[in-house]
Write a protein of this length. Structure first.
Length: 241
């Protein structure tokens, strides 16, 4: 299959991405994840503009705007962007994130990408890291959530969306970030977020199950620390100041 045919196939899937896959959520789950996993890694609002690539319906952009950030988003799905506009969010645009990053060399305080990099073939993942490195101001940070290939349940995320092209691990994230020139990378697990009794119970069960999986990895590899077994992981790659 040629590149034109592959591109056409992707366009078919993305043009109705909300209807056929993402749904029309109100962003409550995203808000919980933002407060725990993303907001603590962001610089202060006055540090510089924030670009959310693959922003979908703009929930993360809205949360950052509410926190005082000069935030905007871009997405390739026209349907998702229309949903954002219909909610009154005008800081989301339809387009190619690569063009936006190229147009702002050294200007962005942060770039966020939740559930985006897995949609890219491997060469495009490294290219995105390179473009992020170029677009960030010194001390800026690239924050992303990706499927974790090291999770025993990682295939559920990796293959749950037909548009996914890749998965990642803490090791591979650090490898790509180093190749792009980032000075440091922090990688964190994404366990259930506690926001009530049911989620607290889920977290307790998860801790027990994940401890067993980690023990199995310790037994096989001899490595005692550093095992992340959640279905997703979040990383923050920082550019030297």
């Amino acid at each position: 299959m040629g590149e034109a045919s592959i591109s056409s196939s992707r366009d078919r899937l993305y043009e109705a991405y909300a209807t056929n896959h993402a749904g029309y959520g109100n962003g409550e789950a995203g808000a919980l994840i933002y407060r725990r996993d993303i907001r603590p890694a962001l610089p202060l609002p006055g540090f510089g503009p924030v670009l959310d690539i693959g922003c979908g319906q703009g929930h993360l952009v809205s949360l950052m705007l509410a926190d005082g950030y000069n935030a905007e988003g871009v997405d390739v799905s026209a349907e998702q962007v229309r949903i954002a506009w219909s909610s009154g969010l005008d800081r989301v645009r339809l387009g190619d994130y690569r063009e936006l990053m190229n147009a702002r060399p050294g200007q962005l305080g942060a770039i966020t990408a939740t559930d985006v990099l897995e949609h890219l073939p491997k060469p495009d993942v490294l290219d995105t890291f390179d473009r992020a490195m170029n677009a960030l101001t010194p001390g800026g940070v690239f924050i992303a959530r990706v499927p974790n290939a090291a999770s025993p349940l990682g295939g559920r995320i990796r293959y749950g969306d037909f548009t996914h092209e890749s998965s990642h691990t803490a090791t591979s994230v650090r490898q790509v970030a180093a190749a792009a020139g980032f000075s440091s990378v922090t990688v964190k697990a994404c366990p259930p977020v506690v926001h009530g009794l049911a989620s607290a119970t889920r977290l307790m069960i998860w801790k027990s199950v994940s401890a067993y999986w980690k023990m199995a990895l310790v037994a096989e590899t001899g490595m005692v620390r550093g095992h992340i077994v959640t279905q997703n992981l979040t990383f923050a790659a920082r550019k030297a100041g």
